[in-house]
Design a protein around this ligand. Structure first.
Ligand SMILES: [Zn+2]
Length: 273
């Protein structure tokens, strides 16, 4: 066995230095990666002044994120590539299925075109993975730059039931088949939570089943069932009109702050808890 010493430049920089404990070297899609785990001695540095903003975030499908601080709202969409990725990968996979696949039992070798199609899929998958990663960190960093109080819905874990009975492989498959955007949302939520808590802020998970953000009026607390196709919140009691997802983000923010009015009262005379 031959050994070689390589001196290689690291991309980016370690945020906190410590004692390196493990080093894993892997080859993925023809590229080499080294992952070094560092035992951090010092806890993460907190900023001297905590950003003062408090926001509610609704993670949805129409707009990826609907963000409000109670007065100003904005929405962030998932990048076009992420939205198209599912389709592109499916198309490439379909393409691959038309080529001659290898079969060990029948001693059939993979067609050159099969290998080519396979490499296309893995390139695409890696590209999506990288882009999703970048987007998640960019959005999370932006949120943390101005806010240290974030309220969002409790994570609903789908895909855990249903197919679980049919054995381990089925379960793994169900996990793999999760939409690229869904995975992005999960990562985004986790990333925001991590970053908020890292700076010493507060990340509040709103129990959606109990609070019902999309069915509640943020101004008066009146609950009214809306089907998914209704994109605008229009309160029949106080007349408040707002985009459905922004209204849901407002409900979550007010609930987290303890100022969500109860049934029949309006926000101005609601007791501050
Ligand atoms: Zn209302």
């Amino acid at each position: 066995m031959a050994y070689a010493t390589l001196r290689y430049q690291m991309r980016g920089q370690a945020k906190y230095w410590g004692k390196p404990t493990t080093c894993t070297i892997v080859c993925r899609h023809g590229k080499w990666y080294a992952s070094i785990t560092v035992n951090v001695l010092e806890p993460a540095l907190k900023p001297e002044i905590l950003p003062v903003g408090a926001i509610g975030i609704d993670l949805g499908c129409t707009s990826a994120l609907s963000i409000t601080d109670g007065e100003n709202h904005h929405q962030i969409d998932a990048p076009q590539f992420l939205r198209n990725a599912e389709h592109k990968i499916k198309k490439a996979s379909k393409d691959k299925r038309r080529k001659r696949a290898p079969n060990r039992n029948k001693k059939i070798k993979a067609a050159r075109r099969f290998k080519k199609a396979q490499s296309k899929i893995s390139k695409l998958t890696r590209k999506v993975g990288n882009q999703r990663h970048n987007w998640v960190h960019q959005v999370a960093a932006e949120i943390i730059s101005g806010n240290s109080f974030v309220a969002t819905e409790t994570l609903v874990v789908k895909n855990m039931t249903g197919k679980a009975k049919r054995g381990k492989r089925k379960k793994q498959k169900a996990g793999l088949n999760k939409s690229i955007l869904d995975v992005g949302f999960g990562m985004l939520r986790a990333s925001i939570k991590y970053k908020v808590e890292q700076i010493g802020g507060v990340f509040i998970e709103v129990p959606t089943r109990q609070v019902k953000p999309s069915q509640t009026c943020p101004q008066c607390g009146h609950q009214h069932k809306k089907t998914l196709d209704i994109r605008v919140h229009e309160c029949g009691v106080c007349g408040y009109v707002q985009d459905r997802d922004i209204a849901a983000a407002e409900v979550m923010l007010y609930w987290a702050k303890g100022i969500l009015p109860g049934l029949g009262t309006n926000r101005a005379n609601a007791p501050l808890r």
